[in-house]
Design a protein around this ligand. Structure first.
Ligand SMILES: Cc1ncc(COP(=O)(O)O)c(C=O)c1O
Length: 341
């Protein structure tokens, strides 16, 4: 909840960086739990609102990511209705970060919050349309983070005016605009691109989830995003945030994988981690799973099933690593990647 500052259900770390550090806004997390697959509830929203009030913060709005980072799930329409009801009742804003909207590969598909608002009659619904905003960028769906191109969809004249003024500090070059216009203007290409991209995301996610489950790691059912939300408590020496950080460091330095600890996303249950598989070949993923399986076995925690996975023992790493996101030096060559396609 962005309060003077509001609240993301399980927020991404970048919210702290993008929202808090630059503007001084406070973020009050909406605590979601594993009991219902981390879905947002009215009670959780009310609780966050009360915590913000106790801190004498003036709540300005709710911030969500749909599809969710770190969960890898789309928000069901019912959850969006709940969120819209909440902001309507409180007279606050709702900002939906839909940067992963093109990654949804299974049911229930992606529903934009703007569809929910439109179904309520748009502007007629008590100024609601002016208080619901969507942010988007080409960084994830098109894999173009280096282009630095994004968009704000808002019917609020003040928001559009402020964004227009701010954008003059980061204008998109004419060459980039020209390239993107021809790319995105090609309907046939975009249709085929999204179909192929989501097919590959599903394939890679299935491979990862299957491999993790074989090691004995619980994986939250997901249908979008570039990551899996997993429970690795069985590999922790203590069921605490200290135990979580200890495991994170071990996996970074001994296994060579960087799997984000849930505490960095404000998760209140120790033991949850975000495993990112973006831009990873099947071979690299295999290597990673083999190393994690060997690590689990060495810790005496691996499920028997993982022993069937091929591959040698985990190698000790002393160099910095890429994210679950894997150690670059174990990444197969580009020839392997091409061969896979
Ligand atoms: C939910 C979400 N929003 C925004 C961003 C930032 O993306 P960009 O590269 O467009 O700055 C990220 C990046 O990880 C993200 O996960």
């Amino acid at each position: 909840m962005a309060a003077d500052r509001a609240c993301p259900p399980l927020s991404v770390r970048s919210f702290d960086r993008d929202l808090k550090w630059r503007t001084g806004a406070e973020i009050v997390p909406v605590h979601c739990t594993s009991a219902n697959g981390f879905r947002v509830t009215r009670a959780a929203l009310d609780d966050a609102y009360r915590r913000a009030q106790r801190r004498r913060l003036r709540v300005k709005g709710v911030l969500i990511t749909n599809p969710s980072n770190p969960l890898g799930t789309t928000s069901p329409r019912a959850d969006l209705e709940l969120l819209v009801d909440f902001v309507a009742a409180k007279g606050i804003h709702l900002v939906s970060d839909e940067i992963y909207s093109g990654t949804a590969f299974a049911e229930p598909g992606f529903v934009s919050v703007l569809e929910v608002v439109a179904a309520r009659g748009g502007a007629a619904a008590d100024g609601l349309a002016e208080r619901v905003h969507v942010v988007y960028s080409l960084s994830k769906d098109l894999g173009l983070p280096g282009f630095r191109v994004g968009a704000i969809y808002s019917s609020n004249a003040a928001v559009v005016s402020a964004a227009t003024k701010m954008s003059s500090f980061g204008l998109v070059s004419s060459q980039t605009q020209h390239l993107l216009a021809s790319l995105l203007g090609d309907r046939d290409f975009t249709r085929r691109y999204i179909a192929e991209n989501t097919r590959r995301i599903k394939e890679r996610r299935d491979q990862l989830a299957e491999g993790l489950r074989a090691i004995g790691i619980e994986v939250l059912e997901g249908n979008a995003g570039l990551f899996c939300w997993v429970r690795m408590g069985s590999l922790m020496r203590s069921q605490s945030f200290e135990g979580e950080m200890e495991l994170w460091k071990k996996v970074v330095f001994e296994v060579g994988l960087n799997i984000s600890p849930g505490s960095s996303c404000h998760c209140r249950e120790p033991g949850w981690f975000r495993v990112c598989f973006a831009n990873m070949s099947a071979k690299t993923l295999d290597v990673a799973l083999q190393r994690l399986a060997a690590f689990a076995e060495a810790s005496g925690k691996g499920a028997p099933a993982h022993r069937g996975l091929a591959g040698g023992p985990a190698r000790t790493m002393s160099c910095p690593v890429a994210r679950f996101s894997w150690a670059n030096r174990l990444t197969p060559g580009s020839a392997d990647r091409k061969a896979e396609r």
